[in-house]
Design a protein around this ligand. Structure first.
Ligand SMILES: Nc1nc2c(ncn2[C@@H]2O[C@H](COP(=O)(O)OP(=O)(O)OP(=O)(O)O)[C@@H](O)[C@H]2O)c(=O)[nH]1
Length: 313
């Protein structure tokens, strides 16, 4: 304490002098207006600017968000990384970029729960605020859920990476895409088959992207839990934050009883998603970080239910 009181020892120049020392200069003459109504508004210039733009906006916007879930915790605060955009036609020079974050703040003040219903309202409001006929929001965030050890029942937190993309268009209505990426265990069927004992296994990343029917109501079904279950229930075994020895024995034996190639993973998950009536199109990707190679094994499948059913019948 006494040591702290005896500081500072050195007599420094004051802060203004210090800034000058490091190159700050006096402000130059001010000739341009500082009142908003007198300022040039270049982005609102109307002329033929040659091309319509598919999208213009801002991305990599980090913001706290609230997420609800059917799994514990039923509500959590996490960090969303947003992209906001709309199209503009060739008659407009630019968009009004401040309006994206202005609307984000307005929603945040009302308690921004990131779910499909709110994002639908958000995109429609955004199109109105920008005086455009469409708007798009994409948000990615880690979603946390409690996971208990299979035998000990000891809890801890796992997470999956989520991306939601909602587009609103005055004419076409809404397009909703959701994706969830989760880690799982896969045990190699070939290794199990050919070896006298053991089998190599690895941590796999399953990424599912689904287009949701316009009338899907997530208050009736949590799509996050449903997709997570599709990935985990088809894996060799699930991942857990806390495992005691009896748990470890269980997951090891379960993986041995359920060997999976990377191809098996995407096909089995695809079959589960195919049976979800609220999904219209989907893709499933799996990447296994091989434990016997330096490289990864990958597989993917995409499926459009409407297109395929039309072709088949
Ligand atoms: N359109 C456009 N704006 C940009 C770009 N880069 C930065 N901006 C910023 O966008 C901000 C201005 O936002 P606007 O929403 O147009 O501001 P404003 O016209 O005062 O806002 P309104 O009253 O809502 O019309 C400024 O900080 C600009 O520097 C760009 O590439 N295009």
């Amino acid at each position: 304490m006494d040591k702290i009181k005896s500081f500072p020892k050195k007599q420094l120049p004051n802060k203004v002098q210090r800034h000058k020392l490091f190159g700050s200069v006096e402000p130059g003459p001010r000739t341009k207006p500082s009142e908003k109504k007198e300022m040039a508004d270049l982005q609102n210039t109307k002329k033929d600017f040659l091309f319509d733009l598919d999208e213009v906006g801002i991305e990599n916007v980090k913001h706290p968000i609230t997420v609800t879930s059917s799994l514990v915790p039923n509500e959590q605060t996490t960090i969303g990384t947003f992209k906001f955009s709309s199209s503009i036609d060739k008659a407009s020079k630019g968009t009004n970029m401040s309006r994206f974050t202005e609307q984000l703040q307005a929603y945040y003040q009302k308690g921004f729960t990131v779910d499909l219903l709110t994002l639908k309202t958000f995109t429609k409001d955004l199109a109105g605020r920008l005086n455009q006929s469409d708007a798009e929001v994409e948000v990615s965030f880690p979603w946390f859920y409690e996971r208990k050890g299979p035998q000990s029942n000891l809890p801890g937190m796992n997470h999956a990476d989520i991306t939601l993309n909602v587009k609103y268009d005055d004419v076409k209505g809404y397009t909703i895409q959701a994706s969830l990426a989760s880690l799982i265990t896969t045990l190699c069927p070939c290794s199990k088959e050919i070896s006298e004992y053991s089998a190599h296994n690895q941590r796999g990343l399953v990424k599912m992207t689904v287009s949701l029917a316009d009338d899907f109501d997530e208050r009736l079904l949590d799509w996050k839990e449903t997709l997570l279950e599709a990935a985990e229930s088809n894996a060799s075994s699930r991942l857990h934050p806390v495992l005691k020895r009896p748990d470890e024995k269980m997951v090891t034996e379960q993986a041995y009883e359920n060997p999976r190639f990377v191809e098996d993973m995407v096909r089995l998950v695809a079959a589960d998603i195919y049976e979800m009536p609220f999904v219209t199109k989907f893709s499933v990707k799996c990447r296994n970080e091989e434990s016997i190679h330096m490289h990864d094994a990958i597989a993917s499948v995409t499926y459009d239910k409407l297109q395929n059913e039309m072709n088949e019948g």
